[in-house]
Design a protein around this ligand. Structure first.
Ligand SMILES: [Zn+2]
Ligand SMILES: [Zn+2]
Length: 364
């Protein structure tokens, strides 16, 4: 994929260069010049207006998730359509669009089975900033554009919708895939941006008790704003506190939004028998399942895992939640940087300095 992209750029490159945030090697990344890409059949090029940095991008720059050297990072973008490739209908150049982190083709077996994030193979729906150049750049190619350009209503600002591309969609999916029922008790382990959106998702799904667990008091404060009815410090005996809130029952649904052995295990132990562990954390190394926490394998629990859902239908549907004032994600943007200062934005975000939750990167 990357080679094909490079080839297209050198052969069809219009005069003009752009700035892009390029991964070079673990610990080495930054703005570099690239040619403005053009749109092949089925693709679109967007001029990026607003993007952000994801925890996954931090894993990439640290060398914890491998991508090819020379790749443009980033998978969350609001932009305007700059060029439409052959076969794309119903859109105009200049139109403002939201592009999901996951850009499914909409046509393959996985997509047509409803597993769009796994388009074309395991994790295959995640292309931008993974297997092809991403959107932390002035321009970006959007693959399978017909399935992935979601027109943004004029009434909505870039900042109001950008986080629907990834973290909000993922956090909500954690709640949806946990099949939260009206009145269910839910615990959400870790209140980073995705965990906060999972908390908000639990509220939208009609949970009664929503117990937010984290070690950062500021994040727990934000969790209350996003719908948590109880907050628990991770350092204490979180499980005992959860038992107390649920009068000894345990929660119906536990959401794991960090990706560590410890939080996974706690999420499992927080469940009532027959409950559901909905995991959206990204794990590394080995993950062990303690058998005592699952009744030696007989406790009727369900464990579900979720990659961010994508595609334009998902983006449009979530935008309707913003438009109807059911959700407001803008409090998550604690900092704004211009593209020129993206390295500082990474530094701040990776080190979790200054109470940062999400940084908005203004590109144009
Ligand atoms: Zn992401
Ligand atoms: Zn597909």
């Amino acid at each position: 994929m990357q080679l094909a992209l490079e080839e297209r750029k050198t052969k069809q490159l219009p005069a003009g260069l752009m700035w892009a945030n390029v991964f070079r090697a673990p610990g080495e990344f930054g703005l570099g010049k690239k040619g403005i890409p053009s749109a092949g059949a089925g693709e679109a090029v967007i001029q990026v207006r607003l993007t952000t940095i994801c925890g996954t991008d931090v894993h990439i720059i640290r060398g914890e998730y491998p991508v090819k050297a020379g790749l443009t990072l980033g998978h969350e973008a609001v932009g305007v359509i700059h060029e439409l490739g052959a076969g794309i209908t119903g859109y105009q150049v200049g139109q403002r669009v939201l592009v999901g982190a996951i850009t499914p083709c909409g046509q393959c077996e996985a997509c047509l089975s409803g597993d769009r994030s796994q388009c074309g193979g395991a994790l295959g729906g995640w292309r931008l900033g993974n297997t092809m150049d991403g959107v932390q750049a002035e321009y970006a190619v959007i693959p399978h554009a017909q399935a992935n350009l979601a027109a943004i209503p004029d009434a909505l600002s870039d900042q109001q919708v950008l986080l629907l591309a990834d973290i909000a969609s993922t956090g909500f999916a954690a709640a949806e895939r946990g099949k939260i029922r009206l009145g269910d008790s839910v615990a959400v382990f870790a209140q980073g941006p995705i965990g906060l959106c999972a908390t908000l998702g639990a509220r939208l799904m009609g949970a009664s008790e929503i117990i937010a667990v984290d070690s950062d008091p500021n994040r727990l404060k934000m969790a209350q704003r996003f719908g948590a009815t109880a907050v628990v410090m991770a350092e204490g005996d979180a499980l005992a506190e959860i038992r107390e809130v649920t009068e000894g029952r345990g929660v119906d649904v536990a959401i794991e939004a960090l990706g560590t052995q410890e939080t996974f295990e706690k999420a499992l132990r927080a469940l009532r028998p027959g409950g559901t562990l909905s995991s959206v954390g990204v794990y590394s190394g080995h993950l062990q399942v303690p058998l005592d926490a699952m009744g030696a394998g007989l406790a009727d629990q369900t464990i579900v895992t979720t990659l961010c859902p994508g595609g334009k239908e998902r983006m449009s549907r979530l935008m309707r939640l913003v438009r109807s004032h059911r959700i407001d994600l803008t409090p998550l943007f604690t900092h704004v940087f211009p593209l020129e200062e993206i390295d500082q934005a990474y530094k701040l975000f990776a080190a979790r300095e200054d109470g940062v939750l999400k940084v908005a990167i203004r590109v144009s």
